[in-house]
Write a protein of this length. Structure first.
Length: 395
Protein backbone atom coordinates (compact mmCIF):
# COMPACT_ATOMS: atom_id res chain seq x y z
CA UNK A 1 0.00 0.00 0.00
CA UNK A 2 2.82 2.43 0.86
CA UNK A 3 4.55 1.74 -2.49
CA UNK A 4 1.34 2.50 -4.42
CA UNK A 5 0.86 5.73 -2.45
CA UNK A 6 4.43 6.79 -3.30
CA UNK A 7 3.82 6.10 -7.01
CA UNK A 8 0.63 8.17 -7.02
CA UNK A 9 2.35 11.10 -5.32
CA UNK A 10 5.22 10.93 -7.86
CA UNK A 11 2.74 10.90 -10.74
CA UNK A 12 0.95 13.94 -9.34
CA UNK A 13 4.25 15.82 -9.09
CA UNK A 14 5.02 14.97 -12.70
CA UNK A 15 1.61 16.16 -13.82
CA UNK A 16 2.08 19.41 -11.93
CA UNK A 17 5.50 19.94 -13.60
CA UNK A 18 3.97 19.13 -16.97
CA UNK A 19 1.21 21.65 -16.40
CA UNK A 20 3.78 24.29 -15.42
CA UNK A 21 5.88 23.51 -18.51
CA UNK A 22 2.84 23.89 -20.72
CA UNK A 23 2.16 27.28 -19.18
CA UNK A 24 5.75 28.36 -19.89
CA UNK A 25 5.47 27.14 -23.48
CA UNK A 26 2.16 28.96 -23.80
CA UNK A 27 3.60 32.28 -22.68
CA UNK A 28 6.67 31.71 -24.83
CA UNK A 29 4.47 30.99 -27.81
CA UNK A 30 2.48 34.11 -27.15
CA UNK A 31 5.67 36.16 -27.37
CA UNK A 32 6.50 34.88 -30.86
CA UNK A 33 5.15 36.54 -33.87
CA UNK A 34 1.93 34.64 -34.63
CA UNK A 35 -1.42 35.59 -36.00
CA UNK A 36 -4.49 35.82 -33.74
CA UNK A 37 -6.12 32.68 -35.20
CA UNK A 38 -3.06 30.56 -34.63
CA UNK A 39 -2.78 31.79 -31.09
CA UNK A 40 -6.48 31.08 -30.36
CA UNK A 41 -6.19 27.59 -31.80
CA UNK A 42 -3.10 26.85 -29.76
CA UNK A 43 -4.76 28.33 -26.65
CA UNK A 44 -7.81 26.04 -27.04
CA UNK A 45 -5.52 23.03 -27.26
CA UNK A 46 -3.76 24.00 -24.06
CA UNK A 47 -7.09 24.62 -22.26
CA UNK A 48 -8.26 21.15 -23.25
CA UNK A 49 -5.04 19.56 -21.98
CA UNK A 50 -5.32 21.59 -18.77
CA UNK A 51 -8.84 20.25 -18.05
CA UNK A 52 -7.73 16.68 -18.70
CA UNK A 53 -4.82 17.14 -16.30
CA UNK A 54 -7.12 18.59 -13.60
CA UNK A 55 -9.48 15.61 -13.96
CA UNK A 56 -6.55 13.21 -13.68
CA UNK A 57 -5.24 15.02 -10.59
CA UNK A 58 -8.64 14.73 -8.86
CA UNK A 59 -8.87 11.02 -9.68
CA UNK A 60 -5.41 10.40 -8.27
CA UNK A 61 -6.20 12.41 -5.13
CA UNK A 62 -9.33 10.29 -4.52
CA UNK A 63 -7.37 7.10 -5.05
CA UNK A 64 -4.66 8.29 -2.67
CA UNK A 65 -7.25 9.17 0.02
CA UNK A 66 -8.83 5.73 -0.30
CA UNK A 67 -5.42 4.10 0.07
CA UNK A 68 -4.66 6.16 3.18
CA UNK A 69 -7.98 5.04 4.73
CA UNK A 70 -7.16 1.45 3.77
CA UNK A 71 -3.81 1.72 5.55
CA UNK A 72 -5.62 2.90 8.68
CA UNK A 73 -8.16 0.00 8.48
CA UNK A 74 -5.32 -2.47 8.05
CA UNK A 75 -3.93 -1.43 11.41
CA UNK A 76 -7.25 -2.34 13.12
CA UNK A 77 -7.74 -5.86 14.53
CA UNK A 78 -11.10 -7.43 13.59
CA UNK A 79 -12.94 -8.74 16.68
CA UNK A 80 -16.39 -9.85 17.79
CA UNK A 81 -17.76 -8.33 21.01
CA UNK A 82 -20.24 -9.57 23.59
CA UNK A 83 -21.96 -7.47 26.21
CA UNK A 84 -21.77 -8.80 29.76
CA UNK A 85 -25.20 -9.43 31.30
CA UNK A 86 -26.40 -11.29 34.43
CA UNK A 87 -27.27 -14.96 33.86
CA UNK A 88 -27.98 -18.11 35.84
CA UNK A 89 -24.82 -20.06 36.68
CA UNK A 90 -24.87 -23.53 38.22
CA UNK A 91 -22.02 -25.77 39.26
CA UNK A 92 -22.37 -29.54 39.57
CA UNK A 93 -20.26 -32.26 41.17
CA UNK A 94 -20.19 -35.58 39.31
CA UNK A 95 -20.32 -38.78 41.37
CA UNK A 96 -19.91 -42.29 39.99
CA UNK A 97 -22.84 -44.54 40.85
CA UNK A 98 -24.14 -48.04 40.21
CA UNK A 99 -27.60 -49.51 39.65
CA UNK A 100 -29.17 -51.92 42.13
CA UNK A 101 -32.51 -53.71 41.78
CA UNK A 102 -35.09 -52.85 44.43
CA UNK A 103 -36.57 -56.36 44.20
CA UNK A 104 -34.07 -59.14 43.60
CA UNK A 105 -33.93 -62.71 44.88
CA UNK A 106 -31.33 -65.48 44.88
CA UNK A 107 -33.66 -68.41 45.40
CA UNK A 108 -32.66 -71.67 47.06
CA UNK A 109 -34.84 -74.46 48.50
CA UNK A 110 -35.74 -74.63 52.17
CA UNK A 111 -34.99 -78.38 52.40
CA UNK A 112 -32.61 -80.84 50.80
CA UNK A 113 -33.93 -82.80 47.86
CA UNK A 114 -33.44 -83.99 44.35
CA UNK A 115 -34.83 -81.69 41.65
CA UNK A 116 -37.60 -83.43 39.72
CA UNK A 117 -38.86 -80.46 37.65
CA UNK A 118 -37.89 -76.89 36.75
CA UNK A 119 -40.84 -74.95 35.36
CA UNK A 120 -39.09 -71.78 34.14
CA UNK A 121 -36.22 -70.84 31.87
CA UNK A 122 -33.95 -67.79 31.71
CA UNK A 123 -35.78 -64.72 30.46
CA UNK A 124 -39.23 -65.82 31.66
CA UNK A 125 -41.31 -63.28 33.56
CA UNK A 126 -42.66 -64.66 36.84
CA UNK A 127 -44.99 -63.34 39.50
CA UNK A 128 -44.73 -63.46 43.26
CA UNK A 129 -45.66 -66.87 44.73
CA UNK A 130 -45.27 -68.75 41.44
CA UNK A 131 -43.77 -72.28 41.66
CA UNK A 132 -40.41 -72.38 39.89
CA UNK A 133 -39.22 -75.94 40.63
CA UNK A 134 -40.22 -79.15 42.38
CA UNK A 135 -38.13 -81.42 44.61
CA UNK A 136 -38.58 -85.17 45.09
CA UNK A 137 -41.36 -85.81 47.66
CA UNK A 138 -41.71 -89.60 47.51
CA UNK A 139 -40.31 -90.23 51.01
CA UNK A 140 -42.38 -87.43 52.50
CA UNK A 141 -45.56 -88.62 50.77
CA UNK A 142 -45.00 -92.18 52.04
CA UNK A 143 -44.45 -90.90 55.56
CA UNK A 144 -47.65 -88.87 55.33
CA UNK A 145 -49.68 -91.90 54.24
CA UNK A 146 -48.29 -93.99 57.10
CA UNK A 147 -48.94 -91.21 59.56
CA UNK A 148 -52.51 -90.77 58.38
CA UNK A 149 -53.19 -94.46 59.10
CA UNK A 150 -51.69 -94.17 62.58
CA UNK A 151 -53.62 -90.97 63.21
CA UNK A 152 -56.89 -92.62 62.24
CA UNK A 153 -56.30 -95.39 64.78
CA UNK A 154 -55.20 -92.92 67.44
CA UNK A 155 -58.29 -90.82 66.84
CA UNK A 156 -60.58 -93.85 67.28
CA UNK A 157 -58.85 -94.82 70.53
CA UNK A 158 -59.09 -91.26 71.81
CA UNK A 159 -62.80 -91.04 71.04
CA UNK A 160 -63.49 -94.34 72.84
CA UNK A 161 -61.49 -93.31 75.90
CA UNK A 162 -63.32 -90.00 75.94
CA UNK A 163 -66.73 -91.70 75.95
CA UNK A 164 -65.63 -94.02 78.75
CA UNK A 165 -64.18 -91.13 80.72
CA UNK A 166 -67.39 -89.19 80.32
CA UNK A 167 -69.18 -92.18 81.92
CA UNK A 168 -66.57 -92.27 84.70
CA UNK A 169 -65.27 -95.57 83.40
CA UNK A 170 -61.56 -96.21 83.21
CA UNK A 171 -58.65 -94.17 84.49
CA UNK A 172 -57.82 -90.57 83.66
CA UNK A 173 -54.31 -91.65 82.68
CA UNK A 174 -55.61 -93.84 79.87
CA UNK A 175 -57.70 -90.95 78.56
CA UNK A 176 -54.77 -88.49 78.66
CA UNK A 177 -52.41 -90.95 76.96
CA UNK A 178 -54.90 -91.47 74.10
CA UNK A 179 -55.35 -87.71 73.75
CA UNK A 180 -51.60 -87.02 73.77
CA UNK A 181 -50.91 -89.75 71.21
CA UNK A 182 -53.54 -88.32 68.85
CA UNK A 183 -52.22 -84.74 69.17
CA UNK A 184 -48.61 -85.84 68.60
CA UNK A 185 -49.61 -87.61 65.40
CA UNK A 186 -51.54 -84.52 64.25
CA UNK A 187 -48.48 -82.33 64.84
CA UNK A 188 -46.22 -84.73 62.98
CA UNK A 189 -48.68 -84.76 60.04
CA UNK A 190 -48.70 -80.96 59.97
CA UNK A 191 -44.88 -80.98 59.91
CA UNK A 192 -44.79 -83.43 57.01
CA UNK A 193 -47.35 -81.37 55.08
CA UNK A 194 -45.17 -78.30 55.65
CA UNK A 195 -42.16 -80.23 54.33
CA UNK A 196 -44.27 -81.22 51.34
CA UNK A 197 -44.95 -77.53 50.64
CA UNK A 198 -41.26 -76.74 51.06
CA UNK A 199 -40.50 -79.15 48.24
CA UNK A 200 -42.09 -76.56 45.94
CA UNK A 201 -39.56 -73.81 45.18
CA UNK A 202 -41.48 -70.52 44.80
CA UNK A 203 -40.44 -66.93 44.13
CA UNK A 204 -40.95 -64.23 46.80
CA UNK A 205 -40.78 -61.42 44.19
CA UNK A 206 -42.14 -60.72 40.73
CA UNK A 207 -39.60 -60.20 37.98
CA UNK A 208 -37.56 -61.88 35.28
CA UNK A 209 -35.60 -65.13 35.56
CA UNK A 210 -32.02 -63.95 35.16
CA UNK A 211 -30.29 -67.28 35.69
CA UNK A 212 -31.11 -70.95 36.35
CA UNK A 213 -28.11 -72.54 38.06
CA UNK A 214 -29.30 -76.16 38.40
CA UNK A 215 -30.87 -78.89 36.28
CA UNK A 216 -33.31 -81.74 36.74
CA UNK A 217 -31.87 -84.61 38.75
CA UNK A 218 -29.36 -82.51 40.66
CA UNK A 219 -29.39 -82.25 44.44
CA UNK A 220 -30.66 -78.93 45.78
CA UNK A 221 -29.72 -77.67 49.22
CA UNK A 222 -30.61 -74.66 51.37
CA UNK A 223 -28.17 -71.78 50.80
CA UNK A 224 -27.25 -72.93 47.30
CA UNK A 225 -28.72 -70.56 44.69
CA UNK A 226 -30.96 -72.43 42.31
CA UNK A 227 -32.63 -69.53 40.44
CA UNK A 228 -31.86 -65.80 40.24
CA UNK A 229 -34.89 -63.47 39.90
CA UNK A 230 -34.55 -59.73 39.26
CA UNK A 231 -37.26 -57.07 38.96
CA UNK A 232 -36.35 -54.30 36.49
CA UNK A 233 -39.46 -52.18 37.01
CA UNK A 234 -37.95 -50.23 39.90
CA UNK A 235 -34.26 -49.66 40.54
CA UNK A 236 -31.98 -47.89 42.99
CA UNK A 237 -29.03 -45.80 41.83
CA UNK A 238 -26.42 -45.51 44.59
CA UNK A 239 -23.29 -43.35 44.77
CA UNK A 240 -20.59 -42.79 47.38
CA UNK A 241 -20.03 -39.04 47.64
CA UNK A 242 -17.18 -37.24 49.41
CA UNK A 243 -18.13 -35.92 52.84
CA UNK A 244 -17.04 -32.45 51.64
CA UNK A 245 -20.36 -32.22 49.78
CA UNK A 246 -22.54 -33.34 52.69
CA UNK A 247 -23.93 -29.78 53.23
CA UNK A 248 -25.19 -29.68 49.64
CA UNK A 249 -27.21 -32.93 49.57
CA UNK A 250 -30.39 -33.71 51.45
CA UNK A 251 -33.43 -35.92 50.92
CA UNK A 252 -35.80 -34.47 48.32
CA UNK A 253 -33.15 -32.46 46.45
CA UNK A 254 -33.20 -32.66 42.66
CA UNK A 255 -30.31 -34.55 41.14
CA UNK A 256 -29.36 -35.24 37.51
CA UNK A 257 -28.92 -38.88 36.50
CA UNK A 258 -26.94 -40.04 33.47
CA UNK A 259 -25.45 -43.24 32.08
CA UNK A 260 -22.16 -43.55 30.13
CA UNK A 261 -23.77 -46.36 28.11
CA UNK A 262 -26.60 -44.01 27.06
CA UNK A 263 -25.04 -40.56 26.46
CA UNK A 264 -28.40 -39.15 25.37
CA UNK A 265 -30.10 -40.23 28.63
CA UNK A 266 -30.56 -37.45 31.18
CA UNK A 267 -33.22 -37.37 33.88
CA UNK A 268 -33.95 -35.25 36.94
CA UNK A 269 -34.78 -37.28 40.03
CA UNK A 270 -35.20 -36.60 43.73
CA UNK A 271 -32.79 -37.88 46.35
CA UNK A 272 -34.51 -40.85 47.99
CA UNK A 273 -32.03 -41.36 50.82
CA UNK A 274 -28.87 -39.81 52.24
CA UNK A 275 -26.56 -42.05 54.25
CA UNK A 276 -26.64 -41.60 58.02
CA UNK A 277 -22.94 -42.35 58.55
CA UNK A 278 -19.59 -41.57 56.94
CA UNK A 279 -17.57 -44.51 55.67
CA UNK A 280 -14.28 -44.23 57.62
CA UNK A 281 -12.40 -46.09 54.91
CA UNK A 282 -12.90 -43.56 52.11
CA UNK A 283 -14.63 -40.64 53.89
CA UNK A 284 -17.79 -40.87 51.80
CA UNK A 285 -21.52 -41.08 52.44
CA UNK A 286 -24.15 -42.86 50.35
CA UNK A 287 -26.66 -41.04 48.15
CA UNK A 288 -29.56 -43.04 46.73
CA UNK A 289 -32.22 -42.22 44.12
CA UNK A 290 -35.10 -44.39 42.93
CA UNK A 291 -35.66 -44.88 39.20
CA UNK A 292 -38.77 -46.14 37.42
CA UNK A 293 -37.72 -48.48 34.61
CA UNK A 294 -40.90 -49.72 32.96
CA UNK A 295 -39.26 -50.35 29.58
CA UNK A 296 -36.40 -52.34 31.12
CA UNK A 297 -33.69 -50.27 29.40
CA UNK A 298 -31.57 -49.86 32.53
CA UNK A 299 -29.97 -52.98 33.99
CA UNK A 300 -28.71 -53.73 37.51
CA UNK A 301 -24.97 -53.16 38.08
CA UNK A 302 -24.76 -50.60 35.23
CA UNK A 303 -22.42 -47.66 35.78
CA UNK A 304 -24.19 -44.33 36.27
CA UNK A 305 -23.34 -40.71 37.09
CA UNK A 306 -25.10 -38.40 39.53
CA UNK A 307 -24.71 -34.65 39.05
CA UNK A 308 -25.06 -32.89 42.40
CA UNK A 309 -25.75 -29.14 42.33
CA UNK A 310 -23.37 -27.59 44.90
CA UNK A 311 -23.60 -23.94 43.74
CA UNK A 312 -26.15 -21.67 42.03
CA UNK A 313 -26.20 -17.92 41.31
CA UNK A 314 -29.16 -16.48 39.39
CA UNK A 315 -27.43 -13.10 38.84
CA UNK A 316 -23.93 -14.20 37.89
CA UNK A 317 -21.63 -12.52 35.37
CA UNK A 318 -20.50 -15.44 33.22
CA UNK A 319 -17.94 -15.56 30.40
CA UNK A 320 -16.53 -18.38 28.24
CA UNK A 321 -13.62 -19.97 30.12
CA UNK A 322 -11.43 -19.82 26.99
CA UNK A 323 -11.26 -16.02 27.25
CA UNK A 324 -9.33 -16.11 30.53
CA UNK A 325 -5.58 -15.47 30.34
CA UNK A 326 -3.04 -15.22 33.14
CA UNK A 327 0.20 -13.36 33.78
CA UNK A 328 2.26 -12.50 36.85
CA UNK A 329 -0.43 -10.11 38.09
CA UNK A 330 -3.23 -12.63 37.82
CA UNK A 331 -6.06 -13.60 35.52
CA UNK A 332 -7.32 -11.15 32.91
CA UNK A 333 -9.45 -10.82 29.81
CA UNK A 334 -9.54 -8.32 26.94
CA UNK A 335 -12.45 -5.90 26.84
CA UNK A 336 -13.33 -3.18 24.33
CA UNK A 337 -13.65 0.47 25.41
CA UNK A 338 -14.81 3.28 23.14
CA UNK A 339 -12.20 5.92 22.42
CA UNK A 340 -14.38 8.14 20.22
CA UNK A 341 -15.04 7.32 17.52
CA UNK A 342 -13.19 3.98 17.69
CA UNK A 343 -12.90 1.03 20.07
CA UNK A 344 -9.60 0.05 21.66
CA UNK A 345 -8.64 -3.14 23.52
CA UNK A 346 -7.86 -2.97 27.23
CA UNK A 347 -6.52 -5.66 29.55
CA UNK A 348 -8.94 -6.12 32.47
CA UNK A 349 -7.85 -8.12 35.53
CA UNK A 350 -10.65 -10.18 37.05
CA UNK A 351 -11.36 -12.51 39.96
CA UNK A 352 -12.67 -15.81 38.61
CA UNK A 353 -15.04 -18.07 40.54
CA UNK A 354 -16.23 -21.58 39.73
CA UNK A 355 -16.11 -23.02 36.21
CA UNK A 356 -18.44 -25.59 34.66
CA UNK A 357 -18.98 -26.81 31.08
CA UNK A 358 -16.77 -24.13 29.53
CA UNK A 359 -18.29 -21.23 31.50
CA UNK A 360 -16.65 -19.28 34.34
CA UNK A 361 -18.28 -16.95 36.84
CA UNK A 362 -16.52 -13.58 37.27
CA UNK A 363 -16.69 -12.37 40.87
CA UNK A 364 -15.04 -8.96 40.34
CA UNK A 365 -13.40 -6.89 37.61
CA UNK A 366 -16.38 -6.79 35.23
CA UNK A 367 -19.76 -5.11 35.45
CA UNK A 368 -23.02 -5.37 33.56
CA UNK A 369 -22.76 -3.71 30.15
CA UNK A 370 -19.01 -4.18 29.67
CA UNK A 371 -18.05 -5.37 26.20
CA UNK A 372 -15.66 -8.30 26.19
CA UNK A 373 -13.76 -9.53 23.13
CA UNK A 374 -15.36 -12.86 22.26
CA UNK A 375 -13.53 -13.70 19.02
CA UNK A 376 -10.12 -12.37 18.05
CA UNK A 377 -8.90 -12.00 21.65
CA UNK A 378 -5.70 -13.91 20.80
CA UNK A 379 -4.75 -11.28 18.18
CA UNK A 380 -5.11 -8.18 20.32
CA UNK A 381 -2.89 -6.45 22.84
CA UNK A 382 -3.49 -3.64 25.28
CA UNK A 383 -4.31 -0.40 23.45
CA UNK A 384 -4.75 -1.69 19.88
CA UNK A 385 -7.54 -0.23 17.75
CA UNK A 386 -10.37 -2.62 16.99
CA UNK A 387 -12.53 -3.26 13.98
CA UNK A 388 -15.91 -4.49 15.26
CA UNK A 389 -17.30 -7.43 13.29
CA UNK A 390 -20.84 -8.86 13.59
CA UNK A 391 -21.14 -12.08 15.56
CA UNK A 392 -21.80 -15.29 13.66
CA UNK A 393 -25.09 -15.76 15.47
CA UNK A 394 -26.24 -12.34 14.26
CA UNK A 395 -25.58 -13.14 10.62
Amino acid sequence: MKINSFKIKTTMKRLTLLFSAMAVIFFAACSTEKGPDAIRKELDAYHKQSKEIEIKIKELEKELAAMDNGDEDQNKVPVVLEEVAPAVFEHFVEATASVVAVSEALISPEINGQITAIYVKEGDRVRRGQTLAQLNTQVTMKSIEELKTSLKLATDLYQRQQRLWDQKIGSEMQFLEAKNNKENLENRLATLNAQLDMAKVTTPVSGIVERVNQKNGELAMPGMTMIHIVNLDELYVKANVSEAFLPYVKKGDEIMLGFPSYPEFSKKLQVDRVGSAINPGNRTFEVQVKLKNEDGTIKPNMMATLLINDYRNSEALVIPSRLLKEDLKGKYIYAAFQNSPEYVARKVYVQAGKSYLGKTEILSGLKTGDKIILDGFNRVSDGVTLSIEPSKSAK
